[in-house]
Design a protein around this ligand. Structure first.
Ligand code: NOJ
Length: 548
């Protein structure tokens, strides 16, 4: 038995403002989300990850908080939030929230006070320099939209550091008062009942920024401190971190190499994400096999979070220029589909030509690979994107619930919506919505429900080891296995469009009564392992053995 609930969780990520509007003001809210919890429970979601919920000027979709101890009044009240936690808990759904403490909004009272006077108690909560740092044009995260990482503040008459946009001044992690405040923020939300945090920008939080030093030291100990604090307050709370760093740096975020996992519990697997997308683009399993082989051994309790799509661009920066070019050519050929020169701002359905078989293959593959799967809202019904919107907004359009006006998202006049609902054409709410798909057992939504149910019967995926099975197979066919105390699963996924045959006869000795628990179609002779067939874009999840 394991208490590590996150190892077998199904995480669903959503923006409250785009999910469901209960009061008709055009902005999604907490009560709207509460009204959709049964939908999420039926889908099989066990953990909600809410994108930032705090009051914010909203210049980076909430990733610029102006008060860490409240919810954005557009979403409702703290009372509504407590109600959400209760209602979600009733359905066995845990809730984690974005913890964005690398920086605040420049409108946050701490920054306003800090800039106003050298005597301010908050002055030292931010990172200042009296002179223009020579490295101020280095390390930008948003090329094209951000020109510097140090800007001059006329009120303070000092330069301040901002890893992200200029309106997001970095907090000074070297200051013990800042560290204590971050812990207090965690305590507050844990006390209300959240199950943990998706920690934003972790490599930058721990950066002990020194003006003029583009490679400032990092204080990993803060992560251990925070982990200890969080765990004392709620034993089963989880930290899920965004740390898109070089592969050889990753393990340290979980804990000291060779030591115990005493820092972050879960890390998004950005490397696997990029390689998965490359594999799909090239119809070649090599990048995925490489990713599985190269991923470091994690300390006990450390876990990957896998994803195909998140709320930002698909980040291809860790691919080589050639690899990135191949992905762009296949999935984002127009400049308009690309972002920051490194990523794609499209949803998966349009990227894969709205090809149902290809979509199933892609998601079956993601959900079968080691770790905990994370699903972005709307992907389960194959929502599209709106490239006429700026930057990342393209994939942040309202959830499409029904054929009612505005897709059933809101009763407000469409002119009141922050981002319009996608309407008309292949991806419009008239065609792509929950209500239509719920009634159709062959819909993508019904498929997701089935696939997630199957995942729950295969705890080996989340909890076990995941290895590539080296049998002779065409370039496009990936065979991998998951092993745990509960048994063994074998998976065959065909990234190519041609049918293929693979010989799994070498696994026969281990098999009890092999059978397909999930497949793109019914295959003949389910008990057979040698010379098994898989259609183009087909997949087979085969239970080999159950021991517990
Ligand atoms: C990462 C978030 O995912 C992204 O949306 C945000 O812009 C930056 N961190 C800054 O907070």
């Amino acid at each position: 038995m394991s208490d590590r609930w996150y190892e077998n969780a199904v995480v669903y990520c959503l923006d409250i403002d785009s999910f469901a509007d209960s009061d008709g003001d055009g902005c999604g809210d907490i009560r709207g989300l509460i009204g959709r919890l049964d939908y999420l429970a039926r889908l099989g979601v066990t953990c909600l990850w809410l994108n930032p919920i705090h009051p914010s000027p909203g210049r980076d979709d909430g990733y610029d908080a102006s008060d860490f101890y409240n919810v954005d009044p557009r979403f409702g009240s703290l009372g509504d939030f407590a109600e959400l936690l209760h209602e979600a808990g009733n359905r066995g759904i845990k809730v984690i929230i974005d913890l964005v403490v690398n920086h605040t909004s420049d409108q946050h009272p701490w920054f306003q006070s800090a800039r106003s006077s050298p005597e301010s108690p908050y002055r030292d909560w931010y990172v200042w320099s009296e002179t223009a740092p020579p490295d101020r044009n280095q390390g930008m995260v948003f090329p094209g939209e951000q020109n510097e990482t140090w800007s001059y503040d006329r009120t303070a008459k000092l330069w301040f550091y901002h890893r992200f946009y200029k309106f997001q001044p970095d907090l000074n992690i070297k200051n013990p008062a800042v560290r204590e405040e971050i812990k207090k923020i965690c305590s507050f939300w844990l006390q209300l009942g959240v199950a943990g945090f998706r920690m934003d920008a972790v490599p930058f939080i721990i950066e002990e920024t020194e003006p003029g030093n583009p490679n400032s030291p990092k204080d990993m100990n803060f992560l251990s401190e925070l982990r200890q604090h969080v765990q004392w307050r709620r034993g089963d709370a989880v930290l899920l971190a965004e740390a898109n760093v070089e592969p050889d740096q990753l393990v340290r975020f979980f804990g000291d190499e060779g030591g115990s996992g005493n820092r972050i519990h879960m890390l998004f697997d950005f490397m696997l994400n990029a390689r998965l997308v490359l594999g799909l683009a090239r119809e070649d399993t090599e990048p995925i096999i490489d990713a599985l082989r190269d991923s470091p051994k994690l300390p006990e309790g450390g876990q990957w979070a896998t994803f195909l799509r998140n709320h930002d661009e698909i980040d291809l920066s860790r691919l080589t220029a050639d690899q990135r070019q191949d992905v762009f050519a296949r999935f984002g050929p127009d400049e308009d589909m690309q972002l920051y020169g490194r990523g794609i701002r499209r949803r998966l359905a349009p990227m894969l030509g709205n090809d149902r078989r290809w979509l199933e293959l892609a998601y079956a593959l993601q959900f079968s690979l080691r770790g905990t799967p994370v699903l972005r809202y709307g992907e389960e019904i194959g929502m599209g994107d709106d490239l006429s919107l700026k930057g990342r907004d393209a994939i942040r359009t309202p959830m499409q619930w029904s054929m009612l006006p505005s897709g059933g998202f809101t009763s407000a006049d469409p002119s009141k919506l922050g981002r319009p609902v996608i309407s008309g054409g292949e991806f419009g709410f008239e065609k792509v919505n929950v209500t239509v798909q719920r009634q159709d057992p062959r819909s993508l939504l019904s498929w997701f429900e089935r696939m997630i149910r199957t995942l729950k019967e295969a705890p080996e995926i989340g909890r076990g080891t995941c290895t590539h099975v080296d049998v002779p197979a065409p370039r496009g066919v990936l065979v991998h296995r998951a092993d745990a105390a509960t048994g063994t699963m074998v998976f065959v996924h065909n990234l190519g469009t041609e049918p293929a045959v693979v010989d799994l006869g070498s696994l026969a000795e281990e098999a009890e009564l092999p059978n397909d628990v999930l497949a793109d179609q019914e295959y003949p002779e389910p008990g057979k392992l040698d010379e098994i067939r898989v259609e183009g874009h087909g997949y087979r999840w085969i239970r080999l053995r159950r021991t517990a």
